[in-house]
Design a protein around this ligand. Structure first.
Ligand SMILES: NC(=O)c1ccc[n+]([C@@H]2O[C@H](COP(=O)([O-])OP(=O)(O)OC[C@H]3O[C@@H](n4cnc5c(N)ncnc54)[C@H](O)[C@@H]3O)[C@@H](O)[C@H]2O)c1
Length: 329
């Protein structure tokens, strides 16, 4: 498949992530066809949210352009037919296999066979999502992180029927968008980050539910241990930096002790079944007044911009050598 990057990209679903991705791409002067599939309140609020993200980006120095000018890159619509001019479509609707399948069907009805279709799914295997497509070979996972306009993260994932060449082209284009992409060469549930993060979540629940530590202590330990170096380097580099042999010695003893539970932990099950949704309704692992929830959201947004600056600064310092010391696999 030959990619024709005409800088027109479709985004379907203008919720939390769809709007964040639209802002990230508008910042890079891509033209966006932003499809609000439901015309829901969430979708109607999308232009306001994107403008807010772009204002923040301008205020934080991520762009010299005014939000109004960048907003001109985005065409809002409820009509899938407007996707015709795109070279790439990013599906970003709710995490529901049947709904995503319906959306792919509607996309394929209007775009030509050369158009690449991707999904921002968090965890549905790409091979399952692509199975019913008319042209499954045009389909990849494109997994963004929130906030997409500050995070350098972008995971490109192959399904069983996605040629690696297409993924490699998407990978190169993602670099032009200012990302530090990762490539998942074979489909695996959870991809890279969610596999690693969920292994951590499982262990965190194990520690709390078995009385070893409180939620707050586990949070503090994560923030002050991994949190202090993970934006600088990854797990393997960290073992190199701090003495690989010690990790080798600990693994033999510790791995058999780690949680390998298969069911959803009761702690989160109880909160979710009582409709708790964290800062979004004030009920989570902690309780929040509306003011506290707002303060956490605002401060997290500010932190993401600072992290963006910090990680770019240190990546630039290591740019000359980071490609030369080849990894073992
Ligand atoms: N939120 C995150 O941090 C995050 C991170 C990575 C990936 N994702 C993934 O991105 C996708 C979107 O997540 P989100 O957080 O933006 O969700 P969201 O709830 O904020 O937005 C969902 C969107 O889906 C649309 N939608 C709902 N029902 C629909 C239907 N029947 N048909 C068509 N569209 C429908 C809504 O109109 C809305 O535009 C999901 O697959 C999610 O797993 C989310």
């Amino acid at each position: 498949m030959k990619i024709n990057d005409n800088k027109v990209i479709g985004i379907i679903g203008l919720g939390l992530m769809g709007t964040s991705i639209a802002a990230a791409l508008a910042l890079k002067d891509q033209k966006i066809i932003a499809v609000a599939p439901m015309g829901s309140d969430l979708d109607k609020e999308a232009p306001k949210r994107i403008r807010h993200f772009l204002e923040k980006c301008q205020g934080e120095g991520l762009t010299g352009k005014a939000p109004e000018e960048l907003m001109e890159n985005i065409h809002f619509t409820t009509d899938y037919a407007d996707l015709k001019s795109c070279w790439l479509v990013i599906e970003c609707v709710v995490e529901d296999l049947d709904i995503k399948r319906e959306v792919f069907k509607k996309i394929e009805q209007v775009v030509s066979h050369e158009v690449m279709i991707t999904s921002n799914t968090s965890a549905i295997p790409i091979s399952i999502l692509q199975a019913d497509l008319e042209v499954p070979e045009r389909f990849y996972g494109m997994h963004w992180a929130e906030p997409a306009y500050t995070s350098p993260f972008l995971e490109i994932i192959c399904g069983d029927r996605s040629p690696i060449e297409g993924a490699e082209q998407l990978y190169e284009i993602a670099k032009q968008w200012g990302k530090e992409p990762t490539l998942v060469r074979k489909d695996v549930r959870g991809f890279i980050t969610n596999r690693i993060m969920y292994a951590m979540y499982r262990e965190a629940f194990h520690l709390v539910e078995n009385g070893y530590a409180t939620v707050a202590d586990v949070d503090r330990a994560c923030k002050n241990a991994g949190g202090q170096w993970m934006a600088f380097c990854g797990l393997f580099r960290y073992m190199d930096l701090t003495g690989l042999k010690a990790y080798h010695a600990v693994m033999g003893d510790l791995f058999p002790e780690l949680s390998n539970r298969k069911s959803v932990p009761k702690l989160i099950d109880d909160i979710a079944k009582a409709n708790g949704n964290g800062v979004f309704n004030g009920k989570g692992f902690y309780d929040y007044t509306p003011e506290e929830a707002e303060k956490w959201k605002e401060t997290f947004e500010k932190f993401a911009f600072d992290m963006n600056r910090l990680s770019k600064k240190y990546a630039a310092e290591l740019e000359d050598i980071s490609n030369s010391n080849n990894p073992k696999q």
